[in-house]
Write a protein that binds this ligand. Structure first.
Ligand SMILES: Cc1cc2nc3c(=O)[nH]c(=O)nc-3n(C[C@H](O)[C@H](O)[C@H](O)COP(=O)(O)OP(=O)(O)OC[C@H]3O[C@@H](n4cnc5c(N)ncnc54)[C@H](O)[C@@H]3O)c2cc1C
Length: 572
């Protein structure tokens, strides 16, 4: 139920309407697209941008002509921001969003503990930014528009039928009062929780549907109100017997999420006579304006397989979780991050279609992890038996004094990137490492100074911003193991497999530059890279295009590098 619009940007994102793309005159004829993506939500947009950045022509269809509205995602995690950086639009999210890292948990009227999601300094991006989903989608659409040579976005085009064959996929699309057919090599369904593509293929999601209702009220507080922190109450005096979650958003808006219980009447709960006293009890007498009110329920479910031949599923179409933990859009963007490079490699002929099975395997594992966290949080927030309610009360009473009890309190474990230690694309460690990032780990950030190719003075920056936006990265720690002959042999070993950018890390004070043609050279500004990667001189990390580690060595051999690349491309 929309109340008032207070977007303060020049662009009024919540009210934006996009021009419907015309129906292709005479249909599409013999045109066959390499990839069609259905759904321009956060996941479909991220995937389409990524594919276009990698040189793959992509057609993106959305049945609607507007951005998400109402009670949808607000918390975007560090990993998502890093992916958006790679896609060329992360800065806007951070500029506009409310950065936060501290959460507080209250039981009745007492704080039982506080947590910090980023106690360690030396990362460019904050643990989280809060930002309304319409800004997220709006910024992605703007980035997509910069890539329109390869990325074609058709608003107002609804997929109504899908036929998947061994050689390709055929779609029927409704637009502007007519219908046309489309042919594509690969179809990616990012069409959300009620996915038509999924239904057309006769596939469903399995899992648990939770019997509880939550009321969201987005309120604008002209006088401010609360710090930029996540506050969660169990059984507070202003909403006894239930839970309440509070989050800050841009434009002076706060999201209040009231647990209602399964028996609550969703329509009644939104009526002013019920809603306003609830809000007053939390906000006191300060003035406020309602932006949005709605009631939601949720389920934790996933499809059995995220790949069905030439059809791939990502985001809410493939899996759903509760909002506690902010794992919906954040995990969907990781799906897109994982899939885009694999699809691009398959379409370029650098990898066999079997590489796409690794997308399904890896992201199904991620969905299980997210569903596990989400279900546990929901069971704690919404205990369904007297025994679980008593257990929760005891844990909350003990949590203030005892650290062990704090580990049992669960108001939602917030989204983190999935590690992929069991991925078949990894080359297991053969050398000894004392920490660092094992195969499957997502690359972590650190401050650097980037040495320009023209030899001018190094400029401050961040590791992840210095890595290539597409392709594999060979991250080599110098100055050891960098004689010209070795470097040439390594470069030759990787030749012809896939795009590989060399990035050399040198100690902060190093003056000698490596003789490695085309390599980017970074100085380890605060020694954190060496520490976080256990990067002794001579160490080489191989990063996938989605920046997961897939191999690392102390003294790499050219043949080992080639074999690891082949393995990561499923060509072993
Ligand atoms: C109350 C609430 C709070 C949330 N908070 C968070 C949070 O803080 N952080 C977080 O990460 N997630 C959160 N989520 C989850 C998040 O909103 C979703 O996970 C996210 O929107 C999924 O993105 P998607 O692109 O997969 O699907 P969607 O956003 O649903 O997009 C699907 C797109 O497909 C289009 N489409 C559908 N059918 C067709 C068709 N047949 N043809 C063409 N186009 C079609 C739709 O128009 C839509 O644009 C929250 C959800 C709720 C309900």
């Amino acid at each position: 139920m929309p109340m008032a619009s207070t977007a303060t940007d020049d662009v009024d994102y919540p009210s934006l309407r996009f021009v419907h793309a015309p129906l292709p005159a005479g249909g599409e004829g013999a045109v066959r697209h390499p990839v069609v993506v259905v759904g321009a939500g956060p996941v479909g947009l991220s995937l389409a941008i990524d594919l276009a950045q990698q040189g793959v022509p992509v057609l993106l269809l959305d049945r609607d002509d507007r951005l998400a509205s109402g009670s949808r995602a607000i918390c975007f995690a560090q990993r998502t921001l890093e992916v958006f950086d790679r896609l060329g639009c992360g800065e806007r999210f951070v500029q506009k969003g409310v950065s936060w890292q501290v959460g507080k948990v209250f039981f009745r009227d007492e704080q039982v503990y506080r947590f910090d999601l980023q106690p360690q300094a030396g990362h460019q991006r904050p643990a989280f930014v809060n930002l309304q989903q319409y800004y997220c989608e709006g910024y992605l659409v703007e980035r997509a528009q910069q890539l329109q040579e390869r990325l074609h976005l058709r608003w107002g085009h609804q997929v109504v039928a899908v036929e998947a064959g061994d050689d390709g996929v055929s779609l029927e699309v409704e637009a502007g009062g007519g219908r046309y057919r489309l042919q594509t090599d690969y179809l990616v369904a990012c069409d959300g929780a009620r996915s038509v593509v999924r239904q057309q293929l006769g596939r469903e999601r399995a899992g648990r549907v939770f019997r509880d209702r939550f009321l969201i009220a987005d309120v604008r507080l002209p006088q401010g109100g609360f710090p930029a922190e996540r506050w969660f109450w169990f059984d507070p005096p202003f909403h006894p017997g239930q839970s309440v979650l509070l989050h800050s958003q841009p434009d002076g808006v706060w999201r209040v999420d009231f647990q209602l219980g399964w028996d609550a009447d969703p329509q009644e709960a939104q009526r002013p006579e019920h809603l306003l006293p609830r809000l007053r009890a939390l906000l006191g007498e300060q003035p406020f304006e309602l932006e949005w009110v709605s009631v939601y329920t949720f389920a934790c479910q996933r499809m059995e397989r995220f790949r069905e031949g030439r059809v791939l599923f990502a985001g809410d179409a493939a899996h759903r979780v509760s909002p506690f933990g902010a794992r919906g859009a954040n995990s969907g963007v990781q799906d897109a991050d994982n899939l885009a490079w694999k699809l691009a490699c398959v379409l370029r002929g650098e990898a066999p279609p079997a590489l796409l099975d690794s997308y399904a395997d890896e992201r199904e594992q991620a969905a299980d992890e997210n569903i596990r966290h989400s279900s546990r949080a929901t069971d704690f927030i919404s205990p369904k038996s007297e025994v679980s309610r008593l257990f929760r009360q005891s844990v909350l009473e003990l949590a203030k004094e005892h650290a062990f009890a704090r580990t049992l309190v669960n108001s939602g474990r917030l989204s983190t990137p999935t590690w992929l230690p069991a991925s078949p694309l990894n080359t297991p460690d053969a050398d000894r490492f004392d920490g660092g990032l094992p195969p499957g780990a997502p690359a972590t950030d650190a401050p650097v100074r980037a040495c320009p190719a023209d030899g001018s003075q190094a400029v401050p920056g961040w590791l992840l911003r210095q890595l290539p936006a597409t392709g594999f990265t060979a991250l080599l720690f110098g100055p050891g193991g960098m004689d010209a002959a070795a470097l040439e042999a390594w470069q030759a070993a990787a030749h012809g497999l896939a795009s590989l950018q060399w990035v050399v890390v040198l100690p902060a004070g190093a003056t000698r530059r490596p003789a490695l043609a085309g390599a980017r050279v970074l100085l380890d500004a605060e020694g954190l890279l060496q520490e976080r990667y256990d990067g002794r001189p001579g160490t080489l990390y191989l990063l996938r295009p989605d920046r997961h580690v897939c191999a690392r060595w102390r003294r790499p051999e050219p043949a080992a590098l080639r074999a690891a690349l082949q393995r990561a491309l499923c060509r072993a």
